[in-house]
Design a protein around this ligand. Structure first.
Ligand code: FUC
Length: 936
């Protein structure tokens, strides 16, 4: 059943095919700490090593990803990765953005500065949100800095300072020496125990003295609160008036040895002459996941009736305090490493002897630049683990980290790329359950979007209105924890389909049918319901009206709206298509599904323009000519979403794939926006150009990554988390693709990554894939089938390789040519591919030109390929997704194409490929658009 649905679904369809400045935000204007890497399921050993490591007895091993007891790449230990610095982060907003170490557990985000005179730790809680009416428009607020707490030590003139974030452990460290004493600290934020834990130690008994000093930032303007200390606990609590949010944070000090003294007037606790101490921190507000929040209009009443956070926060601390430090650490590491350790990437980097800030500054020419590339990939996964946990709010524009009173763009959830980009690595980088955080949030706000859907159908297409209000849900552009707005012209209603795509991916990468039935299908089905009522019959197609392409202007700074943008049409199309596939899997039939089926081909999502581009606007002819103020180098590239993260454009639609490539080339590399660079890594990966994709990764690391690896959106230390997540997803696309249900390892491997290995990336169908390569050639591939089913696998010459199960039994497979095989997999089995004969790619011809085009014949000339024995010529007429071969075995670099129907077609794309003497054809070709002379 699945095989049918996924194998054939795409081929059965005939015609498938606020600007930045407008948005609000005040940002406009030697001895190493040790990291060992616990392999999954080796937690006990890992923790033992960890404990030893911290006491300085063990040194980080150099591991090779291929070394494992079972011999499987999948079981090899992960690569040791850490960020480290030899000085604290400066105590300033710039220091926060550029140098502090971010941590988080969904309940809170924290930024650790690592000071020695005074440690500063800033806490963010995503429901503490301000939206002061007086400051509407561009001066809106957003997520508010929850708390800053200081630990005053007064340590000056320190030596041997080092601070570190171990990505393998999810633990951060500080250590230094002062007056002969070595001071050390460990920090982690625990999801299972809902607290932050800080342990402070001194090498000499009784040498630890400090004052804990929690503070509430930005009190006064719509925010009130107080700090009180009693016994071993400091409590800060207050109210943020606009949404009537009650907030509370508790800080409990547990010293070993020494004395402790609380100052109620100062709100501090002083510890003197202790041997060590643990500080536990819990925070919360009276926010709850409840539709009431979105359905209640009066901001002051949205949280009415929800309990004060005092009980909840106290409970977190009481529960945590009942456990030992070691237990808390073990709980955290079990939770964290179960997620983090699923994936490892080794690009053969040398481990740098320089701190991470110098590593960033030296990039890309540094000796350990490849290490930064590995680090940034895993850092995106780390950030998602910190910021997207079930039961807590999903990551916003700044993830779960914000130091400001008025964060950039109000720390919103923007659904015209930013949210979707945050979740892109959840699927391909094997963290799918982290999506639950967004899924829960969506379930809470969707009731409000249903109301909006009814309003919009009534307004824009009243004949299709269901008077009982069954009009589906409409896609929001922005959201925050308290509101989802009505329409804004900045992005079309395609945002709904784009949101749905995340839900589809949630199923498609896990293949959990209960999840499909209960969570995913209803979301997709209802979005299809909205789209089916919203589209209007215009020129024989069903088009979105009004419609816009995210953030683009057509004329001046006012006109964005038009009819049937590729963005809206593609997103509606993808969702209709996926809804129908899901219905087949679940065995659902009904009248509306029949309607979606009829509507699908009429959604007409892809138009190829006269420049060979995927059109952004229906009225576009040549690239960028649809309006006088179109930005030809715009950061958004929403007409390509069918290629990524969508699936409509894939290897079975090669003419569209070529049009994507043409569009990307015309869009250029000029945008310096972080997330746009991240997105283009993935776009270029999907058209199998790993080298071009790599340039965008390089641009991002060189131009946008700050010293703590936070992404700087566009310069000026404007932190935005989307590119961090997006870069990880983009890199994963270079290493593994499966959009057409063929598992394709190393589908776009950049030449610079000539040797390496990865393990545990996830493909559609829930296959966990690992690979090892050398000199750009795969030496070993592994596919772990998590749920069974057919696994199609594509790699040059894979059909001539040796394929065995992990326990060494030969595997039956069927082959399609030499480069694709199909295996009927068993749940839980790993399939190992070795001895893959090297296949040298065939160089493509270049520089294809039309010398003469008189309507009845076309004279083509091109620059030859050194590998070619002959050439093939193809054509794709109009918007056709695939090519037809019109000539083969051409020996020269010139061809006169005559065909009786040439006069019939206004436009076609011609393509030439090279064929080597051994019969292998170049994967790539060279294309040119031929217009009928009257069209030119
Ligand atoms: C979208 C993007 C901008 C920025 C903003 C927060 O509007 O176009 O580049 O990321 O969100």
């Amino acid at each position: 059943m699945l095989e049918d649905v996924f194998g054939n679904a795409r081929r059965t369809l005939n015609q498938r095919e606020c600007s930045e400045d407008e948005l609000p935000g005040n940002m406009m204007s030697g001895e190493k700490m040790l990291v060992t890497i616990p392999a999954r399921k080796l937690m006990t050993a890992a923790l033992a090593v960890f404990t030893l490591a911290w006491t300085g007895l063990v040194f980080a091993p150099e591991v090779s990803a291929a070394e494992s007891a079972s011999g499987l790449i999948a079981d090899a230990p992960g690569k040791a990765l850490r960020l480290w610095y030899d000085e604290p982060a400066p105590d300033s907003d710039a220091g926060w953005a550029d140098r502090s170490i971010p941590m988080g557990n969904g309940y809170m985000g924290v930024n650790v500065f690592g000071g020695t005179t005074s440690e500063r730790i800033q806490i963010t809680e995503n429901s503490l949100y301000d939206w002061a009416a007086k400051n509407s428009g561009f001066k809106r607020r957003g997520v508010n800095n929850f708390a800053e707490f200081y630990i005053d030590f007064g340590h000056k003139n320190v030596s041997d300072y080092e601070r570190e974030l171990s990505l393998n452990e999810g633990v951060s460290y500080v250590k230094y020496k002062q007056k002969g004493v070595e001071y050390s600290r460990e920090y982690f934020t625990s999801y299972p125990d809902k607290v932050m834990v800080v342990r402070l130690e001194a090498s000499n008994p009784g040498a630890l003295s400090f004052t804990l000093r929690p503070t509430i930032p930005f009190v006064g303007n719509g925010k009130s609160g107080a700090v009180a200390a009693e016994g071993d606990t400091v409590t800060l609590s207050g109210v943020m008036t606009y949404f009537n949010i009650k907030f509370e944070g508790q800080f409990k000090v547990i010293p070993t040895g020494g004395r402790m003294n609380a100052s109620s007037s100062e709100g501090t606790i002083t510890v003197s002459d202790a041997d060590s101490a643990v500080i536990l921190i819990a925070v919360g507000t009276n926010y709850q996941f409840d539709p009431q929040v979105f359905l209640t209009k009066d901001p002051a009443d949205k949280l009415a009736g929800f309990p004060d956070p005092h009980g909840k926060v106290t409970g977190y601390l009481v529960d945590a305090a009942a456990k030992s430090y070691e237990q808390l650490l073990a709980n955290h590491q079990a939770d964290y490493t179960e997620l983090y350790d699923r994936v490892s990437l080794d690009l053969g980097a040398t481990v740098p002897g320089i701190p991470t800030d110098e590593l960033v500054d030296a990039y890309p020419a540094g000796a350990s630049s490849r290490y930064l590339e590995e680090l940034a990939f895993q850092f995106g996964r780390y950030m998602l683990i910190c910021s997207s946990r079930a039961g807590t709010l999903p990551p916003h524009l700044q993830g779960i980290w914000n130091v400001y009173e008025r964060p950039p763009w109000s720390s919103q959830y923007l659904h015209d790329t930013n949210v979707q980009m945050a979740y892109a690595p959840a699927f391909c980088a094997n963290l799918p359950e982290l999506f639950e955080s967004y899924a829960d949030f969506f379930t809470v706000f969707v009731d409000r979007q249903r109301e909006w859907a009814t309003e919009y159908i009534e307004k824009y297409n009243p004949s299709q209105l269901d008077p009982n209000g069954d009009n589906g849900w409409s896609g929001p552009f922005w959201a925050n924890p308290y509101d989802v707005p009505g329409k804004t012209p900045i992005a079309g209603f395609g945002t709904g389909g784009w949101i749905s795509q995340m839900f589809w991916d949630y199923y498609d990468y896990t293949r959990d049918e209960t999840l499909l039935a209960e969570t995913v299908y209803p979301v997709m089905y209802e979005q299809a319901n909205f789209a089916s009522r919203f589209v209007q019959e215009i020129d024989g197609a069903l088009l979105a009206k009004p419609s816009s392409s995210p953030e683009q202007y057509l004329e001046g700074k006012r006109k964005r709206e038009t009819i049937g943008t590729t963005f809206d049409q593609q997103m509606f199309y993808e969702n209709h298509h996926n809804t129908l596939t899901a219905a087949k899997i679940l065995g659902r039939t009904d009248d509306r599904l029949e309607l979606y089926e009829k509507q699908l081909p009429l959604l007409d999502p892809i138009h190829v323009g006269k420049s060979g581009q995927i059109k952004e606007f229906r009225q576009e002819e040549f690239y960028g000519d649809a309006g006088s103020t179109i930005d030809r180098h715009h950061r958004h590239t929403s007409m390509l979403l069918g290629s990524y993260p969508g699936q409509l454009i894939n290897d079975s639609t090669p003419a569209w794939l070529d049009a994507v490539k043409t569009t990307l080339t015309l869009r250029t590399r000029k945008s310096h926006i972080g997330w746009a660079r991240a997105e283009r890594i993935a776009f270029w990966a999907r058209v199998h150009d790993g080298d071009e994709a790599y340039l965008f990764y390089r641009d991002l690391l060189e131009g946008n990554y700050m010293h703590n690896l936070f992404n700087d959106h566009r310069g000026g230390l404007l932190f935005q988390a989307d590119a961090n997540y997006g870069a990880t997803a983009g890199v994963a696309e270079l290493l593994l693709q499966s959009q057409d249900y063929v598992v394709a390892p190393l589908a776009a491997l950049p030449a610079v990554w000539s040797d390496g290995s990865y393990r545990g990336l996830l493909a559609r169908g829930n296959f966990e894939v690992s690979a090892q390569w050398s000199g750009g050639q795969a030496t070993r591939l592994e596919v772990l089938s998590n749920v069974g089913g057919t696994s199609k696998l594509r790699y040059p010459n894979v059909a001539k390789a040796v394929i065995k199960t992990a326990d060494g039994k030969m595997v039956d497979f069927s082959a399609k040519g030499t480069d694709q095989i199909s295996i009927e997999t068993m749940k839980g089995q790993t399939y190992v591919v070795t001895d893959i004969p090297v296949s040298t790619p065939v160089a493509a011809p270049s520089n294809l030109k039309i010398d003469e085009n008189d309507g009845s014949q076309i004279e083509l000339a091109w620059a030859g390929s050194a590998d070619a024995a002959s050439y093939n010529v193809y054509r794709a007429v109009g918007n056709a997704p695939d090519y037809e071969r019109v000539a083969s075995g051409i020996e020269g670099t010139h061809f006169v194409y005559k065909a009786p129907d040439l006069k019939k077609f206004d436009q076609m794309t011609l393509k030439v490929t090279a064929v080597r003497a051994d019969g292998r054809e170049s994967d790539e070709g060279v294309t040119v658009v031929r217009l009928l002379p009257t069209q030119m």
